[in-house]
Design a protein around this ligand. Structure first.
Ligand SMILES: C[S@@+](CC[C@H](N)C(=O)[O-])C[C@H]1O[C@@H](n2cnc3c(N)ncnc32)[C@H](O)[C@@H]1O
Length: 264
């Protein structure tokens, strides 16, 4: 088990699918072989990248990797909108065994909602492995530190700053890059001569996402408190946000960046 439950990933998936940047995906698709490309997806969870791309290109042969066998089982057994070309899973702890990935054997690598968890050291090794095999890479939905609330409240910024500090704690790879991950990855790819196409992929959250918010906001506040936000004020903030959601008067954006890194 990874701490990312299938229930949580299913709650966020509709927001992810709407948010993904289509121009970035189109640039990635252009770099793929015209027919039956083989794609390795990193930290696949319950198969959200397949769900996102299967409608655009159905003949992809997927290798999904994750260290959570329960999530991989969900990914392997779910009904995608269109049946993929084929789908294999590979249980692997990426932090320990990055070198075991079959990067040379595939046409491209993808990941989503993952790079913000990794360290500078891991990211450097990953970029090196991808660049040295000249493969295209698509990284979707990396959190970039921007969070906005409507209506605005005085505690918003303190909570966001505390949450962004929490995003940089160790998530199993050493100190995480958190909100800096996408920018750092883009710089590393560009330094190695890759062309990068990037664009925002923000979650646009409203009161209609009540089930998602019921999970997300307490986790967000809890992480903020752990990183120094004042506890009583933070939980008062949460109560105030809950009543705004019930009144249909709450909106939130969470900033993400998508990028495709393409061999020149
Ligand atoms: C936020 S989830 C994203 C899952 C999926 N890519 C998506 O977009 O829904 C992060 C994923 O990273 C995986 N993960 C975290 N640390 C890992 C590690 N050391 N090795 C392999 N997978 C890992 C988790 O199991 C989880 O599936």
């Amino acid at each position: 088990m990874s701490g990312f439950s299938a229930t949580w990933l299913a709650l966020r998936e509709p927001l992810d699918l709407t948010a993904r940047n289509k121009e970035v995906e189109a640039a990635f698709f252009e770099a793929l072989p015209a027919e039956t490309p083989k794609i390795l997806d990193l930290a696949s969870g319950a198969g959200s990248t397949v769900a996102a791309l299967v409608g655009e290109k159905s003949d992809i042969h997927w290798i999904l990797s994750d260290y959570d066998s329960d999530l991989l089982s969900v990914a392997a057994n779910r009904d995608y909108a269109t049946k993929p070309g084929s789908l294999q899973t590979r249980e692997i702890d990426l932090a320990a065994n990055l070198k075991e990935l079959p990067i040379e054997a595939v046409d491209a690598i993808t990941t989503s909602a993952f790079l913000d968890l990794v360290s500078e050291n891991f990211l450097t090794q990953l970029v090196e492995a991808i660049v040295s095999s000249r493969k295209p890479f698509l990284a979707s939905l990396t959190y970039d530190g921007r969070t906005g609330f409507s209506p605005a409240e005085p505690l918003d910024q303190d909570l966001r700053d505390a949450m962004n500090r929490d995003q940089q704690t160790d998530k199993g790879f050493g100190p995480a890059l958190g909100p800096n991950a996408a920018e750092r990855a883009i710089a590393l790819f560009e330094a190695r001569g890759y062309r990068v196409v990037s664009g925002e992929s923000d979650w646009i959250i409203g009161p209609q996402h009540e089930d998602f918010l019921a999970e997300f906001l307490p986790g967000w506040v809890g992480a903020g408190v752990k990183q120094g936000a004042q506890k009583t004020k933070a939980y008062d903030w949460l109560e105030s946000r809950r009543s705004q959601i019930a009144d249909g008067a709450f909106n939130m954006t969470v900033g993400h960046l998508d990028f495709a890194a393409l061999p020149a």
